[in-house]
Write a protein that binds this ligand. Structure first.
Ligand code: F0G
Length: 422
């Protein structure tokens, strides 16, 4: 049981070994330690998840510049290994908004980051920390996007990258990115959770620096999604969203958004009642978080067999659940599972409004639709759906969901005949 609450962001006095007002703490037992003296992913006392803590919390007036590093005052460093990540669009989608029937619907399209997913926000911070720690190799397990981002940021930092992927279950665009950016790619005969078990073991043995979302610094970068949503939504509407709906795999974003809002509350920039309800969506074939929320449990039960066409969230053991479950509960949110068919329908609907996303991303809109139908989301709500990855990440899924090309002869008359006949 953690003490992660909206009313208390953990703004305790810094421990003696804090580094410039930054330290690590265990969310389970309260252990604290220096952030950059040793490589740590879990609590040395109880194996709990670690969180980055700060002596000071900035408010909106403190932010300047663009992208992730606009929020440097809320991050462990002032600059990072950057290729201009963040600053992604917040789109209105009038067709889906009126079809679903909510007061306001916007799409925060994280697919517009440099490598086409939100992972870039975590990597710009995580790879900076790796530089500080002086590690020789970076590694991750991945359903695809993490590997694409790490390969790119590792290349930028001139540090070798090792990625472990579940064989045959990663979308083509993502493997292509990891490959061209020069990562060493190992295809594991097992699912993502098995890949993460292995790479966490390699990291523990000192073989590489782990940059999965188990790494608390990555979530610091991803926190900026929440800060940007608040600023953009306010700019566009003069208000704050009531709810943020997001796809859930390892539950890193859910944890990161919760942390962003806890820190805004601690800074006095938001009241507890103003914090949007965090609402997680999983695919029916990989929904251990939804199960835990439905049963009111503090821990998830690992699903050994997972399957969904939204391969990015084909995950049975969400490692950040201990951080994310309190986030859903504390903000008054919920979690819901959606079918693969509903995901593809939502992907088409987004495309019709001009927003091209990969299947996992469309889960957020599919979840919104389902919760509106069941009445759990009200018609007067202002909602932001997070779309996490770009359409081109999974070209096969897009082509299957979209219109089929039609064969025509190579002359104008033939083309005109074809158009007239069909
Ligand atoms: N959406 C996309 C497109 C993703 O790639 C992921 C995670 C998620 C959602 C889930 O986010 O883990 O924060 O709940 N992809 C990881 C990867 C696991 O390896 O690329 P989460």
């Amino acid at each position: 049981m953690t003490d992660l609450t909206l009313a208390d962001a953990g703004v305790d006095a810094p421990p003696a070994d804090a580094d410039d007002g930054v330290w690590l703490t265990c969310i389970e037992c309260g252990w604290t330690g220096a952030p950059f003296e040793e490589v740590r992913y879990r609590c040395p006392d109880c194996d709990g998840l670690l969180e980055v803590r700060y002596a000071d919390h900035p408010t909106f007036a403190d932010f300047e510049g663009r992208g992730v590093w606009r929020y440097a005052d809320a991050l462990p460093f002032a600059t990072g290994v950057s290729i201009e990540e963040g600053d992604t669009p917040l789109y209105s989608v009038p067709t889906i908004e009126s079809e679903v029937g909510v007061e306001d619907l916007r799409i925060k399209h994280e697919g517009m980051n440099p490598t086409g997913s939100f992972k870039d926000r975590g990597m710009t911070v995580g790879v900076r920390v790796a530089e500080r720690l002086g590690v020789g190799r970076l590694a991750c397990a991945s359903t695809g996007n993490t590997s694409a981002a790490l390969a790119c940021y590792g290349a930028r930092a001139d540090t070798p990258v090792l990625v472990l992927l579940p064989a045959g279950k990663v979308a083509a665009g993502k493997v292509a990115q990891a490959s061209l950016h020069g990562a060493r790619i190992l295809e594991v005969d097992g699912n993502f959770d098995a890949c993460l078990d292995i790479v966490a073991d390699l990291a523990k043995r000192g073989e590489a620096y782990l940059l999965n979302s188990l790494n608390p610094f990555r979530l610091e970068g991803q926190k900026t999604i929440g800060l940007e949503i608040v600023e953009q939504f306010r700019d566009q509407t003069g208000d704050l969203p009531d709810r943020i709906v997001l796809p859930v795999g390892n539950a890193g974003n859910t944890a990161a958004l919760f942390k962003a809002f806890r820190e805004l509350v601690a800074a006095g920039a938001l009241d507890v009642e103003q914090v949007p309800k965090l609402t997680g969506v999983q695919a029916e074939g990989a929904a251990p978080m939804v199960e835990a929320v439905a049963e009111g449990r503090e821990e998830v039960r690992r699903w050994e067999d997972v399957e969904t066409r939204a391969t990015a969230i084909r995950i049975g053991n969400p490692v950040n659940a201990p951080k994310a479950l309190p986030g859903i509960r504390e903000t008054g949110g919920t979690a819901v599972a959606v079918s693969d068919e509903a995901i593809t329908d939502a992907q088409r609907a987004l495309a019709e409004d001009g927003v091209g996303v990969e299947p996992a991303s469309a889960a957020s809109v599919a979840g919104l639709r389902k919760l509106r139908e069941s009445g759990e989301i009200d018609a007067d709500e202002q909602v932001v759906c997070l779309t996490t990855g770009h359409l081109l990440k999974d070209p096969d899924a897009a082509a299957t969901a979209g219109a089929k090309p039609e064969a025509v002869p190579a002359d104008t008359e033939g083309v005109l005949d074809h158009l007239a006949e069909n």
